[in-house]
Design a protein around this ligand. Structure first.
Ligand code: EPU
Length: 416
């Protein structure tokens, strides 16, 4: 159990470099198993989920070694196509090994993945796409078994741009014979990062950044070197922390355009946002203003991952903000905890209404998911007195050193 302590009220000032992206790294680690490959990956964030993916690779017979922020993977010796349940349960992205293993071995045996509890999170779209490509997948309770299958290129239409289903389909389609067209694909930057990795590994993929991806075979290469993309949600977290308590921060080493929908709201709330060549500067002082209506949406819309963070930033705003969460059914779990700080948040189905209060006060909170936990930390920094966040390790699943980053910006925060 991590216990986060913070004494709120200190402005955040200074500069931080943004960590490598969790959600870009995880699919790339699965992709490393798709074809016999040696890869060197840099700026690989040290996170619980990333270490879990490396354990899966090792369990499949691959070599996976970390040296600082570099990870070397050699998947030439992959010897199995089964991932045990205890490894599958560690995170959501373990399901991407399904597409990678079917692509590599033609068969696979896995169980249902774990991950943050944000709603039902079915994998029907993943399975439909893989089956269209020719995978013979049987579901037996929590077990997923893909019988020996021959993949062939086809047209896949995703009825919703699921990030994970797009990634799984992309992985398997690379190994299929003939061209595949993936319509309705997710457009998140993490999809583009995966496609770029696959292209470096020999795949022919067109349509990057659009909702139609054309995948036309694979001409495998033996070595790939890549630097992981910066984590736009980690940048969003520090931006929301500074917006909520006030400050002047420079966030470096990421593309601010990737969080432009969040920046739009922070700007409307009264923050000065100054885009810079490799990041941004954010200045905030006094009480923020409410921003009216916010609606989460697939990229390039307002990211569901940033929703709890923006909520935390707006707790002391003047006025009323209505947030509509359209992506996950149960992503307001942070709200009842934030109320303990004195926040006025009313929930009704997919809507959360935030009426800004003048001041928050310290309290003891309990994190139950990654971004919700980070939102509690951001809110605690803006509360008077001491706040404690009890966390079973959710926050470390996505942040390398959130307390260190915040401390370096002047926050009074420590872990026990
Ligand atoms: N969905 C289905 N069927 C499917 C797949 C998804 O109904 O087969 C639904 C989900 O239940 C959800 C919605 O579609 O309601 C969106 O799910 P999506 O598949 O797009 O999300 P994901 O791949 O499970 C990734 C990120 C999440 C992020 C979402 C949305 C990773 C490892 N996870 O999840 O990140 O919130 O996309 O952008 O990339 C996080 O980092 O904290 C996090 C939860």
């Amino acid at each position: 159990m991590d216990i986060w302590h913070m004494r709120g009220g200190r402005r955040l000032e200074g500069e931080r470099r943004i960590q490598g992206s969790k959600n870009a790294t995880l699919p790339i680690l699965a992709a490393a198993a798709l074809t016999p490959l040696r890869c060197e990956l840099y700026r690989v964030p040290r996170l619980r989920d990333v270490e879990a993916a490396l354990r899966i690779l090792r369990c499949l017979g691959c070599r996976a070694e970390r040296d600082g922020d570099a990870v070397a993977i050699d998947s030439t010796a992959l010897s199995g196509c089964c991932v045990p349940q205890e490894l599958m349960r560690e995170m959501r992205s373990s399901v991407l090994f399904l597409g990678a293993l079917i692509g590599r071995c033609g068969e696979a045996k896995l169980s249902l993945p774990g991950g943050c509890k944000l709603g039902k999170r079915p994998i029907d779209l993943h399975l439909d796409a893989l089956r269209r490509l020719g995978a013979r997948i049987e579901e037996d309770g929590a077990e997923l078994r893909c019988l020996p299958s021959r993949l062939r290129g086809c047209e896949i239409v995703l009825p919703f741009p699921s990030v994970g289903a797009t990634e799984n389909a992309l992985l398997a389609a690379c190994a299929a014979k003939g061209e595949s067209v993936l319509h309705g694909a997710a457009r998140e930057p993490e999809i583009t990062a995966l496609a770029e990795f696959l292209i470096a590994a020999g795949a022919r993929i067109r349509g990057l950044g659009t909702d139609t991806l054309y995948i036309d075979g694979f001409c495998p290469r033996r070595t790939v070197r890549r630097r992981m993309a910066p984590d736009r949600i980690a940048a969003a977290t520090l931006a929301c922390a500074a917006a909520g308590v006030g400050g002047d921060v420079r966030l470096r080493g990421f593309e601010s355009g990737e969080i432009s929908s969040l920046l739009h709201f922070l700007n409307e709330a009264g923050c000065d946002i100054i885009p810079q060549s490799d990041g941004l500067r954010l200045r905030a002082g006094g009480r923020l203003r409410a921003v009216g209506r916010v609606r989460t949406a697939p990229y390039p819309g307002f990211a569901t991952d940033a929703q709890p963070l923006l909520m935390a930033a707006l707790l002391r705003s003047e006025g009323r903000t209505l947030i509509c969460e359209t992506i996950f059914e149960d992503r307001f779990r942070q709200a009842p905890e934030l109320r303990r700080l004195g926040a006025d948040i009313r929930l009704g189905g997919r809507l959360a209404e935030i009426r800004g209060v003048e001041a928050l006060h310290g309290a003891a909170l309990c994190a139950s998911d990654l971004r919700g936990g980070a939102a509690m930390v951001c809110a605690g920094l803006a509360a008077e007195g001491e706040t404690v966040v009890f966390d079973e390790g959710h926050i470390r699943r996505g942040y390398e050193d959130l307390d260190g980053d915040l401390r370096a910006l002047g926050a009074e925060i420590w872990l026990t």
